[in-house]
Design a protein around this ligand. Sequence first.
Ligand SMILES: *Cc1c(COP(=O)(O)O)cnc(C)c1O
Length: 446
Amino acid sequence: MVDFPLPMNTAHFRSIDNHAAIHSLDEVVYDHEGSLLEVHHPLDGLQDRSAAQWKDLFDKRAGSMDLVERSGVWGKLEWVLPQIPREHVVTLAEGWNPLLPAPRTAARLGLSDLRLKLCGTTHTGSFKDLGMTVLVSWVNHLVRTGAPIRAVACASTGDTSAALAAYAASAGIPAIVFLPADKVSLAQLIQPVANGAHVLALDTDFDGCMKVVQELTQDKSIYLANSKNSLRVEGQKTVSIETVQQLGWTVPDWFVIPGGNLGNVSALAKGLDMLYDLGLLSGKRPRIAVAQAAAADPLVKSFEKGLAPLEAQTARSTLASAIRIGNPVSFPKALDALKRYQGVAESVSEDRLADAAARGDLEGFYNCPHTGVALGALEQLVEKGVISRGEKVVVVSTAHGLKFSEFKTGYHQSTLEGVDSRLANRVLRVAPTYAAVQDELRKILG
Ligand SMILES: *Cc1c(COP(=O)(O)O)cnc(C)c1O
C-alpha cells in the first residue's frame, strides 16, 4: 500500500469502499481488505485540456495510421493508463467497433433510434479485447522492467481466455487459462489452444474455476487477468466513450448491455462518468439496462428487491454461456453503476433470447446469444413501458456470432432445448436440375 500522496496526475488503484486506501499500479494487488479496487484518475491532471480539446484530440487520433493512436483504447491512453511507455503497449487493433443502426427493429419497437455497438467485430471476436490490451500491456511493462512475473492466468466462460491467450502470445508472455469443461463453444475452446496458452479444463462451472484461479494467483508471480483486476475495466470503459464519440458526442436515452461477472456494465458507467466529470457531456444522463439470462440472474434478483445485497446462485445452463455466472465478482461496482445511471435489470428466457437474436439476424446482424439476451430484454422493457416509445437506444453486442455456430445451427435446425425456433430457416435440399430449382423457387417467390 502506498502511504504517501502520489503525484496527482498519476492513475492509481484505490479501494471502492475507502478512497484513501491507494496502491501503486506497480503493485500486484487485486483487492484491499476484501474490497474491490478501481483505477482512479485524478481529474487535476486531465483538466489541462478543455472538453473541446479532448474531443479534438480523440477525433484526430481516430483517423491516424499509427496502430497505437488508432486503437480505440490507446487513442484515449491519458484516460486509460497514462503511465504506460508506448513501446510496452501490446495492441491488436482493438476498439473502433462499428455502431450500426437497426432501423427495422427500431420501427417495430417504436423507438426513434436503435443502434448495435458491435464489440465482437474485433481480433478475438468479443469485447474482452478492450480490457485485455490494457492488462497485458501493463504486465508486459512490469516484466520488461524486471518484475518477477512468470505467467498471466484467468478463469473464463470462453471469451476472456481467447483474448488473454492472443494478447499474451503477442507479447511473448505465458498464459494459463481455466475453462469449465464442456461449457464453452468449440471456437472459444480452440482459440487459446491455437495461441499456445496452457488450457486447463475443470469439471466445474465458471464460479468454480474462478475460485481456483484466485487461490493460484495468491502467488504473485502469476498475474490475475480476470476483471476483478481493475486494469481490465480501464480498457472496457472506452466502449461508452467511443459510442458517445460515434454519436457526435451525444448520448442515447438507454444503453442495454448483457451482464455476467458484471465488469462490463461497471466499465460502461465508468467511461460515462469521465465524460461528465471532464465536461465532454453535460445535462441528461443515459440510463442503463443490464440484461441477464433467467438461468443466471443474481443482479436481476437484487434489482427486484430494491438493489439488495448479492445472493449468489448456482447458475443453470443457458445458451448465453459467457454469462453463466452465479456469483459475479464485480457485483458491488455494478450496483453502484445502476444507482448512478437510474439502472434496471431484466432477465430473459432461453426461448426469448434465441428468437431475439434470430430476429436481429434478419436485419443483417449475426448475433451471439448474449446479444440475444440484450435484444430480448430490450423487447420486454419496451413491452413493459420502462423504455418508452420514441427513445434512443444503444445495445452493446458483446461477441461475434461466428463464435457460437452450435447455437446458430441448433436454432435453425430446431434442436435447442426449450426453444421453439419460430424463425428457423431451413436449408432446402434440391435435386441438381434446372426444373427442380424452378419448382422450388415458384413455391418461394410465387
Ligand atoms: C464476458 C462476456 C459478457 C459478460 O461481461 P461481464 O463483464 O462478465 O458482465 C457478455 N457477453 C459476452 C459475449 C462475454 O464474453
